[in-house]
Design a protein around this ligand. Sequence first.
Ligand SMILES: Cc1cc2nc3c(=O)[nH]c(=O)nc-3n(C[C@H](O)[C@H](O)[C@H](O)COP(=O)(O)O)c2cc1C
Length: 258
Amino acid sequence: MQPKTGNSGDRITETACGMLNAIGLENIGVERFLSDELPILQKLDATVIVNIFGNNQSDYAALAAKLDDVAGITALEINISCPNVKAGGIQFGTDPETAAKLVAAVRKKTSLPLITKLSPNVSDIVAVARAVEEAGSDALSLINTLLGMAIDLDRKKPVLGNVTGGLSGPAIKPIALRMVYQVAQAVSIPVIGIGGIVSSRDALEFLLAGATAIEVGTASFINPRIAIEIVKGIENYLDDQEYDRVTDFIGSLTNSLI
Ligand SMILES: Cc1cc2nc3c(=O)[nH]c(=O)nc-3n(C[C@H](O)[C@H](O)[C@H](O)COP(=O)(O)O)c2cc1C
C-alpha cells in the first residue's frame, strides 16, 4: 500500500550457479504503480499479473480491493514467501493455517484470479498448498527463493547488508522441480513452476512435472528477452515431437524405467 525503500547495504551477490538477493521488496507503492507504471504495461501486448504483499493481513486485503476493478490487470499473485523482510512475506507462508486465513481474506476482496506464491522454506510444502487451495486460491506458483547466506572471508563479514538472502537461479532447480512435482499431484488447481529456469528445456521439464505455466526470474538478469526465447523453444520442441497441444505434454512424466 505504501512505497518501500527495501534493505540497506549490498543486496545482490552472485553464487555458484545462482544468486543471493535481499532486496526487501523495494517498490513505489500502489498509487504510483497505478499512475506511472500500469499505463506503460497496458500499452504492451502482454498479460499483467500483479505480485502483492503487505505488512499484515489487512494490508494484503486492502491492496486486493484497490486492484480489483482496475483495467489491464489480469490476476493477482499473493507473495507469502519473501524471505527478506521482517513483516509480511514468509511469515504468512510457513504455516498452513495462517496462509489459508490470509488467502481467504484476500479472496473476499477481489474477483480477479488469485495465484498464491509458495515458499520452499518449509518442511511440508504440500500442506501449505492444500490449505491455500481450500481457502480459495485459483492457482499456485512455486518456488520463491531459498534462505541462504554469503560470507566475505577477507572482510570477515556477511556479504549482504541483510546478512541472509534468497537463493535463486539454476542452483535451486532440482528443489523447485521436486516441489512442483509433489504439489501438482496433491492439488487440483493449476501450478506455475518457478526456480532456475534458464532455457526452454528447463521449462519443459517443469511442464512434465505437472506445471501448466512457468515464471523466469534470475535468467532475465542475464538476458531480458529470455522469456520470449523460452516460449519459442517450447513451441519448436512440441512441433518436433508432433504434439498438437501443450496440454497433451503437461504432466506426462513417466515413472517407468523401461
Ligand atoms: C532480485 C529478485 C527480486 C525478487 N523479488 C520478488 C518479489 O518482489 N516478489 C516475489 O514473489 N518474488 C520475488 N523474487 C523471487 C522470484 O520471483 C523467483 O520466485 C525466484 O527467484 C526463483 O526463480 P528464478 O530461479 O527463476 O529466479 C525475486 C527474485 C530475485 C532474484
